[in-house]
Design a protein around this ligand. Structure first.
Ligand code: ADP
Ligand code: MG
Length: 622
């Protein structure tokens, strides 16, 4: 039997490597931008057609390549950036694998035009599926122009796997922003189908951030600055009140390279402790400079993760630097983190003398004499509460008290007792039921409890309301023309490019829910009408949440887009648990819920209500 192991032909090896390097048009943009930066470009222009599927072109004014280098650049493992293994530990460039151009040329039609400053004539090379189609001298400006056409033309499976143009454009904008943020001193532009999306002049960090994320960003930024032996930190965090519903604007750059680090992210969030509302994310643009020897970027092929030698120290430094900044800019309540504010003496008390506490005793008090005082116990888990202030005559009072919303808010234990009692009274004083049909009450500001002929019904108020709104929204979007309320003053909202792209994508469906957009500018959206179901003050929050949801789960077709939108809007508009509802509101929810097509489950497939049958109760009393 003959030997069976063979070396793969180059073009096959390149295609396989390409699978790792190039997942989508955005990966090509990233690689080409990084090459231009490594070539010391001061100006980089990106042009794309059809979300990069038809054309990606990156033009720079960098050092360019000689005739031989131009040809070599498409070979695998061909790089000018490292020579020895040791160089890996002192990387100053973005690239070092020498894989990008070889990979891209394996899966697209590539044209390279390049010229070095010292040469008069440049080189033009055309590649197709790793093969050189032509190489000739050409007239071209100093620098390099790389055009990548028909990406994945020879891998149909890959090409079909690409998402809609809108989604792919979003990925491209993401990559573009990361690189542009990391290099504010370089001028960048991005043009999509003859539409200029970005035009970024050379600037400082703050200007670059503002140019990308819109004019109002400037006032939201708090500078962070710290220089230690281990790391130099600079950049900005967003003021807590502008924290977002999505993680959209969170950027770490290490030695000008965008990275993701859940660990460092945790440090930032920890610095914001106590300043953020639930489920909101602080924005940050943080630039860390460390000794290249102390990091290893080699651990991930797409290089957004790196390994630090001294992670713990970085964590501590970052956290304290941000805390310090937030404090300095009067964002955090306390400036001095060492001092315990409880020990501070109020000014008035400084000159007073301490006096001995006095004890007053009610000598007539007899705990065994029952003056109509009712003792109620709630025991369990060593947590026993004892209460004697309510009289027996006030049993009913407890019940009506609940309905008129005068329930004391203070002690959780107290509430439990009252609800327990109330279930009893509900049955004892069943007359109420006849007065207004089915009676309901609220438990823990979370559940609506109602009686059925055959038992008890417990409804999760938030989930029920979500279901109701969801069906209503779906109906609005798909069947009837939604009613919208005209706003007295148009609402102007700012979104970043990325969010703007998404908004554009769902604009039509939004309009069907009742939104009226009068202007759809570059980074400002003007709204003149909103759905009747929504309060004006909620619009920004709702849209932000909606965009965050779209970000997480990219819907592929019109139907799932509508569905996702209805789900997102419904769950952000629905009453939260913890909201007190009066009995009319409770009734309303119960009635509308059971008019729904699917009252049992939320659009997220969660149980909405449960029942406890009389027979179950009977068993408990057996
Ligand atoms: P790497 O960037 O890892 O070295 P690439 O395949 O991306 O590998 O590029 C191969 C080589 O081609 C680079 O090392 C560089 O010498 C050259 N090159 C690529 N793009 C440019 C450019 N825009 N300007 C000048 N030289 C470039
Ligand atoms: Mg490269």
């Amino acid at each position: 039997m003959s030997d069976i192991i063979q070396l793969l032909p180059d073009h096959v090896a390149n295609q396989i490597a390409a699978g790792e390097v190039v997942q989508r048009p955005a990966s090509v943009i990233k690689e080409l931008l990084e090459n231009s930066i490594d070539a010391h470009a001061t100006r980089i222009q990106v042009v794309i057609k059809d979300a990069g599927k038809t054309l990606i072109q990156v033009v720079d004014d960098g050092v360019g390549m000689s005739v031989t280098d131009a040809r070599m650049s498409f070979e695998r493992h061909a790089t000018s950036k490292i020579k020895l293994a040791d160089d890996l530990f002192s990387l100053k460039t973005k690239g070092f694998r020498g894989e990008a151009l070889a990979s891209i040329a394996a899966i697209a039609h590539v044209e390279l035009k390049t010229r070095r400053a010292e040469e008069e004539i440049g080189t033009c090379i055309k590649m197709e599926g790793s093969q050189v189609v032509s190489q000739e001298a050409c007239v071209t400006p100093k620098g390099t122009c790389l055009s990548v056409k028909n990406l994945f033309y020879n891998i149909p499976a890959r090409r079909n796997f690409l998402k809609s143009d809108n989604v792919e454009t979003r990925h491209i904008i993401d990559e573009f922003q990361r690189v542009a943020l990391a290099h504010p001193d370089i001028s960048f532009s991005l043009t999509h189908n003859n539409n200029e999306l970005f035009q970024l002049p050379p600037s400082n960090q703050r200007q670059r951030i503002t140019n990308i994320f819109g004019g109002k960003t400037n006032e939201k930024l708090v500078p962070v600055e710290e220089d230690t032996g281990i790391v130099k930190v600079s950049g900005f965090v967003g003021k807590p009140e502008f924290a977002k519903k999505s993680r959209g604007e969170q950027f770490f750059f290490v030695n000008n390279r965008f990275i993701k680090s859940p660990y460092l992210n945790h440090a930032v969030v920890a610095a914001f402790e106590g300043l953020l509302k639930d489920k909101s994310y602080p924005s940050y643009f943080l630039y860390l400079d460390v000794d290249p020897k102390s990091i290893d970027i080699n651990i991930h092929p797409t290089k957004t993760e790196i390994k630090f030698d001294d992670e713990h120290a970085l964590y501590a430094i970052l956290k304290s630097a941000i805390k310090h900044s937030l404090g300095q800019f009067n964002v955090a309540p306390m400036l001095d983190f060492e001092r315990d504010s409880d020990l501070d003496t109020p000014y008035d008390y400084k000159n007073k003398n301490a006096s001995a506490p006095q004890i007053e005793v009610d000598r007539d008090f007899n705990p065994f004499k029952n003056e109509g005082g009712l003792a109620s116990f709630s025991g369990g888990g060593g947590n026993v509460s004892y209460r004697r202030e309510r009289s027996a005559a006030s049993w009913e009072g407890i019940y009506t008290g609940l309905e008129t919303e005068t329930m004391p808010e203070s002690s959780a234990n107290l509430k439990e007792i009252e609800f327990e009692s109330e279930e009893v009274t509900g049955n004892l004083f069943g007359a109420k039921e006849e007065e207004h049909g089915r009676s309901t009450f609220q438990l823990n500001k979370k559940y609506i409890i109602s009686t059925l002929k055959s038992g008890l019904l417990a409804i999760d108020q938030h989930r029920a309301h979500t279901r109701i709104l969801y069906e209503e929204l779906l109906k609005n979007i798909t069947v009837s023309a939604a009613v919208s309320q005209q706003l007295l003053f148009p609402l102007k909202l700012q979104f970043n490019k990325h969010e703007n792209e998404m908004l554009k994508e769902i604009k039509d469906s939004l309009e069907q829910t009742g939104f009226v957009f009068s202007e759809f500018g570059r980074d400002e959206v003007e709204i003149t009408g909103i759905p009747t179901l929504i309060a004006e003050s909620e619009v920004e929050m709702l849209l932000e949440k909606l965009l965050a949801d779209f970000e997480k789960e990219v819907p592929s077709d019109g139907f799932s887009q509508t569905d996702l939108m209805a789900k997102s809007l419904a769950s952000s508009m629905a009453v939260r648990s913890g909201t007190l509802l009066n009995s009319a509101e409770q009734q309303h929810i119960v009635n509308r819920l059971f008019a729904c097509k699917e009252p049992g489950l939320t659009p997220f497939n969660k149980t909405i209500f449960t029942t406890i049958g009389v027979d179950e109760l009977d068993k408990k009393f057996a």
